[in-house]
Design a protein around this ligand. Structure first.
Ligand code: CP
Length: 312
C-alpha cells in the first residue's frame, strides 16, 4: 500500500492511522514500542532515499524501521549513482530487484512519487515531494493537536487552525489542510501576499488572509512555517519586514493570540525569523512534542503500508 498524499485518503483511514500511532505513545506521552510490534517487520528491508536534506523525517524513519525489527537501507543523494546520471526511477527499480520491501522517498520534484509508483510493485511512502505533499508530517501535526486538545477533553471538531508563513511552497501546508479538515477543523492560511494562494484557488480547502493579527485572533492553534528560500525563484523576502509583519514574539503572542492557543512548527525552525526562541520554547509550544510523535507516526505508516494492517 502506498502513501503519496492525504487528499485521497478517507477520513476513517486517516483516523485509523492516528489510532495506530497512539499505540506507540505511552500513558506518560513518551514514545514506546509495545512488545507485540517489536518484530512486526522482522526480515523486511526499507529503502530510505533522501535526495533533499532532512533531519527529522530521515532520523525518525530510521528509528521507526529499526524499532519494528526491519533493516533500513540508506541511499543518499551524494553517495548514489544518481550522481553519475542514473535516474531516480532506475535507482528505485534496482532496489526493488534486490528484494527491498518498501521505499521511502524525499525528492525536490513534485511529480517524482507518481512516476515511481506506476513503475514499482512495492509500497512507496512519500517523505516530501517538492512543494507537493508531506503526508507523514501532517499525520504528526494532527496527532499532536488531537492529543493536546484531548488533555482538556476537547477534539479538533470546529477548532480553527492558522497556518502562517510560506504557504505556496509548503508541502506541509498542503497535507495539513487535508489532515485537519478530515478531523473537522477549519483552516486559515496566512502570510505575505506573494506566499499565500489566491482565495479562489480550488486546490486549497481553507480561508486565506494576509494579515497576521487577523489570522491569530480566532486561532485555537497556529502552525508556523519557514520561508523556503531554496524554492523562491523570484522576488526575495526581506527578513526584517518578515519578522516585523509575520514573526511571533512574546508581545505578539500575548496581545494577539487566544490565551490557550498552541504553537506548532514542523521544523526546521529559524529562530528569530518566524518565532523568537522564547516563543519556540514557551508553554504554548508543541514543537518537541511533534518531534516525539514523529517516530510513532512513522511506525504506524510503515505497519500500514508494509504490514498491511487489516484494521485500517
Ligand atoms: N519536518 C521536516 O520534514 O523536517 P526535516 O526536513 O528535517 O525532515
Amino acid at each position: 500500500m502506498d502513501l503519496i498524499g492525504l487528499k485521497e485518503l478517507s477520513a476513517p483511514k486517516f483516523r485509523g492511522l492516528l489510532d495506530l500511532a497512539e499505540d506507540f505513545v505511552g500513558a506518560d506521552g513518551r514514545v514506546v514500542t509495545p512488545e507485540k510490534y517489536r518484530d512486526a517487520l522482522a526480515g523486511r528491508s526499507v529503502g530510505l532515499l533522501f535526495f533533499e536534506p532532512s533531519t527529522r523525517t530521515r532520523s525518525s524513519f530510521e528509528l521507526a524501521v529499526d524499532r519494528l525489527g526491519a533493516y533500513a537501507l540508506r541511499v543518499g543523494a551524494e553517495q548514489s549513482s544518481v550522481q553519475k546520471g542514473e535516474s531516480v526511477l532506475d535507482t528505485c527499480r534496482n532496489l526493488e530487484a534486490m528484494g527491498v520491501d518498501a521505499l521511502v522517498i524525499r525528492h525536490g520534484e513534485r511529480h517524482l512519487p507518481f512516476a515511481v509508483k506506476d513503475r514499482v510493485d512495492i509500497p512507496l511512502i512519500n517523505a516530501g515531494n517538492g512543494s507537493g505533499e508531506h503526508p507523514t508530517q501532517a499525520l504528526i501535526d494532527a496527532l499532536t493537536l488531537r492529543r493536546a486538545f484531548a488533555r482538556s477533553g476537547e477534539t479538533l471538531e470546529g477548532k480553527r487552525v492558522a497556518i502562517i508563513g510560506d504557504i505556496v511552497h509548503s508541502r506541509v501546508a498542503r497535507s495539513d489542510v487535508h489532515a485537519l479538515t478530515k478531523l473537522g477543523a477549519k483552516v486559515t492560511l496566512a502570510g505575505p501576499s506573494m506566499l499565500v494562494p489566491k482565495e479562489a484557488d480550488a486546490e486549497w480547502n481553507a480561508d486565506c488572509v494576509t494579515d497576521r493579527e487577523e489570522a491569530l485572533g480566532d486561532a485555537d492553534a497556529v502552525i508556523m512555517l519557514r520561508v523556503q528560500t531554496e524554492r523562491i525563484h523570484g522576488e526575495l523576502v526581506d527578513a526584517n519586514s518578515y519578522v516585523r509583519d509575520w514573526g511571533i514574539d512574546d508581545q505578539v503572542a500575548a496581545e494577539h493570540m487566544k490565551p490557550g492557543a498552541f504553537i506548532l512548527h514542523p521544523g526546521p525552525v529559524i529562530r528569530g525569523m518566524e518565532l523568537t526562541a522564547s516563543v519556540a520554547d514557551s508553554e504554548r509550544s508543541l514543537i518537541l512534542e511533534q518531534v516525539s510523535y514523529s517516530v510513532a507516526v512513522r511506525q504506524a505508516v510503515l505497519l500500514h503500508c508494509i504490514g498491511g494492517d487489516a484494521s485500517l
